[in-house]
Design a protein around this ligand. Structure first.
Ligand code: RTP
Ligand code: MG
Length: 143
């Protein structure tokens, strides 16, 4: 298995519920290391560009408006098979279908307000990491 990086966002609903630390613990328990992190309140332009792949979908407007409704925490997670490992700890997109013990099962409210985002493939992970952290904004562990 290869060491990978993935882009993770704790969405406005979970920040508002004050469960950032609980979600970080889930990442650490899954063997994922935080190698970059930033709290920010996304502009409509940033959220729209980040989710541009969903532009034609009926939920796009609601998604952009939700993602700009409050601050988020954006982080880069590193570890073995990090993209899939992160999606495993997040659970299914719809919290009603998320396995017990996953972040979405425990902290999400609905399919729209579903607590977290995770990259879905190596190419999108690389793009999303550069979108938020540029080419040199990640701090690999030295020990
Ligand atoms: P994400 O990108 O946020 O990690 O979530 P995902 O891969 O599990 O889901 P994706 O298909 O990429 O959809 C992005 C976000 O759009 C919202 N969504 N709403 N109402 C709906 O049918 C619907 N479908 C998707 C969710 O907030 C989802 O996380
Ligand atoms: Mg997605």
């Amino acid at each position: 298995m290869a060491v990978e990086r993935t882009l993770s966002i704790i969405k406005p609903d979970a920040v508002a519920k004050n469960v950032i630390g609980k979600i970080y613990a889930r990442f650490e328990e899954a063997g994922l290391q935080i190698v970059a992190a930033r709290m920010m309140h996304l502009s409509e332009e940033q959220a729209g560009e980040f989710y541009a792949v969903h532009k034609e979908r009926p939920f796009y407007g609601d998604l952009v408006s939700f993602m700009t409704s409050g601050p988020v925490i954006v982080q880069v997670l590193e570890g073995e098979n990090a993209i899939a490992a992160h999606r495993d700890v997040m659970g299914a997109t719809n919290p009603a279908e998320a396995a017990p013990g996953t972040i979405r099962a425990d902290f999400a409210t609905s399919i729209d307000e579903n607590a977290c985002h995770g990259s879905d493939a190596p190419e999108t992970a690389a793009q999303e990491i550069e979108f938020f952290f540029g080419k040199d904004g990640v701090c690999p562990r030295t020990r």
